[in-house]
Design a protein around this ligand. Structure first.
Ligand code: SF4
Length: 408
């Protein structure tokens, strides 16, 4: 069900002046610092350890919502059914059933009056301009800028979440900007960003906002990229893919039990997302965070790589990412570099063509080599590109096609 109905909701009777009051210098500094903190701990582990390119302040008038419990707009959900039991959300495999006043597991969907609404719509709590390499997307418009947004909320509850301070919160608990889709697109264009990234928390949780913004961005010639856990049902995913150019999907492990224990999710829908995105022509890269004592079983990693190869995903870059002690797993140590290099070898042996190590800077495994002749094609240092000799999507050494989106 696709529906474009908006609903204006005022939680408190405040005047428009109060709602859209410009921030004082003191407030602005305070919330800029909060924003920087949010980005410093991104959900996608490989993107978590560096400062954003720009800790972005909106051009024109910065108009954060004044009231923590107020959201300017909510939008009717695109995928739900009404039943005797309540509003049944069909967006993701959590299939929440909500009685009036209840919010879903993601904290972004709410049963209001006679419908299901996304209360995160137009209310991002994090906005930054990042290098595209930070997502990480290594084969998609290298060195370009991504206008990156996130709202509070997530449909998973990962115990190692690197951005739990926004992903595990409701939009009613975060300090939000008022930023409707058209304004996001205008800001991206005004800041010379070639793409808009739906990232940091979970774009599936703020699906309606992601969808509308991506649609408008595409019409304006701006690309759309999403960084996601990929926990979504097939129909909404296929609809969203019509507007998404690239994605980095977290494949957290290759064990259903680990998905249940670590994230309150299951493995199969994520595998389906990878297959569907590939089918729909979205440029796809995959991140696997190796958490010591949890997801560092090399047999499981081998099985995961073999599955990717068997399902035609061997040319999708695979990023193994280093875990840092975080959230509910603070007592663990960071992933040993030896574990990461072992995984790297296993993936290459299984037939994955482009394997990278993330959150370990200054190593060879952040560079791109031609799988045909072994030539060094892109040399990186952190998120910087030191050299890129890919020629029209081909290796200049052996002319092999190097998959990716190299030109806008
Ligand atoms: S999107 Fe949110 S409300 Fe809907 S099923 Fe998933 S977790 Fe539940």
């Amino acid at each position: 069900m696709v529906n474009n109905k908006y609903r204006f909701i005022l939680r408190h009777s405040v005047s428009n002046d109060t709602m859209h009051k410009k921030l004082s210098k003191r407030e602005f500094i305070k919330y800029s610092a909060m924003g920087a903190l949010g980005t410093a701990f991104c959900v996608n582990p490989a993107s978590g350890l560096a400062k954003p390119l720009i800790n972005h302040a909106l051009t024109g008038s910065p108009s954060m919502s004044k009231d923590f419990e107020l959201w300017k707009w909510s939008k009717e959900s695109m995928y739900y059914v009404k039943s005797m039991r309540g509003m049944e959300c069909m967006l993701c495999p959590q299939y929440c059933i909500l009685k009036k006043g209840e919010t879903g597991d993601c904290k972004d969907k709410m049963h209001i009056e006679d419908g299901l609404y996304n209360i995160a719509y137009g209310n991002p709590c994090a906005i930054h301009i990042d290098p595209i390499e930070k997502k990480p997307l290594f084969h998609f418009l290298p060195e370009s800028r991504a206008y990156s947004i996130a709202t509070a909320g997530c449909n998973l509850t990962c115990i190692n979440c690197q951005n739990w301070n926004i992903s595990q919160k409701s939009p009613r608990e975060t300090r939000n900007y008022d930023l409707m889709p058209s304004k996001v697109v205008a800001e991206a264009l005004g800041n010379n960003c070639q793409s808009i990234a739906y990232t940091y928390s979970e774009p599936i949780a703020f699906f309606e906002y992601t969808y509308d913004t991506a649609k408008q961005a595409k019409e304006a010639g701006v690309k759309n990229v999403m960084v996601s856990a990929g926990y979504i049902n097939e129909e909404p995913l296929r609809d969203l893919c019509q507007h998404i150019d690239a994605a980095n999907i977290d494949l957290k492990s290759f064990s259903n039990q680990l998905y249940i224990d670590m994230s309150n999710a299951t493995l199969e829908p994520v595998l389906n997302t990878l297959k569907v995105m590939k089918e729909e022509g979205v440029w796809l890269e995959i991140t696997n965070l190796i958490v010591p004592e949890w997801t560092d079983d090399m047999g499981m990693i081998r099985e995961m790589c073999e599955w990717l190869v068997d399902n035609g995903l061997d040319e999708c870059p695979l990023h193994f990412s280093r875990f840092q002690p975080m959230y509910k797993l603070k007592k663990l140590h960071p992933t040993p570099v030896g574990t990461l290099t072992q995984a790297h070898e296993i993936a290459l042996k299984a037939g994955i063509k482009f394997v990278y190590l993330g959150n370990v800077f200054g190593i060879d495994a952040e560079n791109t080599y031609c799988p045909g002749c072994g030539k060094l094609l892109i040399k990186r240092k952190g998120y910087k590109i030191l050299k890129n000799i890919i020629n029209n999507g081909h290796c200049p050494g052996c002319n092999r096609t190097i998959p990716g989106v190299w030109k806008s």
